[in-house]
Design a protein around this ligand. Structure first.
Ligand SMILES: [Zn+2]
Length: 164
């Protein structure tokens, strides 16, 4: 229901990745988007959304359409009380944004916990620097390129079995 609605709404998108990974789904309980606190998080600066309504397991066409509408033209969505969703112009790009967003969630959970324990807050990257960095590392080509080592490892470990 999610994937078909996204492909219908976003002809530019070749793939959508969605899973209930542990850090993503933990972060998605907080009801907020990612802070831009690391270089990697710059890829998602002003380029992801929070989908706030959770109406049970996504079996209704309407829920998928609402998620697609909320995603708009962005590369990722945090589905509240659910998990992560990323899209891209290639399978590689899509998978890289998913893996990267999962790690950004993990990093922010750690950083927020550490900062909170000291009674402070994390340092945020300036708007100008965040936008500049997103342009460099957050493009479809950068996502594709960044996924290459991961796919090379998968290919080596499986001997290409996954292509069958
Ligand atoms: Zn799901």
């Amino acid at each position: 229901m999610i994937h078909s609605a996204i492909h219908k709404a976003r002809p530019d998108v070749i793939a959508a990745a969605h899973s209930h990974s542990i850090y993503g789904r933990s972060f998605c309980t907080l009801g907020r988007t990612l802070d831009t606190i690391t270089q990697d998080a710059c890829s998602f600066h002003n380029d992801h959304v929070l989908y706030e309504s959770f109406n049970g397991i996504v079996l209704a066409a309407e829920e998928g359409e609402n998620i697609a509408k909320c995603l708009g033209n962005k590369k990722a969505a945090l589905l509240q009380n659910h998990g992560l969703l990323t899209v891209g112009k290639t399978v590689e790009e899509t998978v890289f944004w998913f893996v990267s967003m999962e790690k950004c969630c993990q990093a922010q959970l750690l950083a927020d916990a550490a900062a909170g324990g000291r009674g402070g807050e994390t340092k945020k990257i300036d708007e100008e620097d965040a936008v500049y960095t997103r342009k460099a590392i957050g493009s479809p080509m950068a996502g594709y390129f960044s996924a290459k080592p991961l796919f090379d490892v998968i290919h080596k470990e499986t001997g290409g079995d996954y292509l069958q």
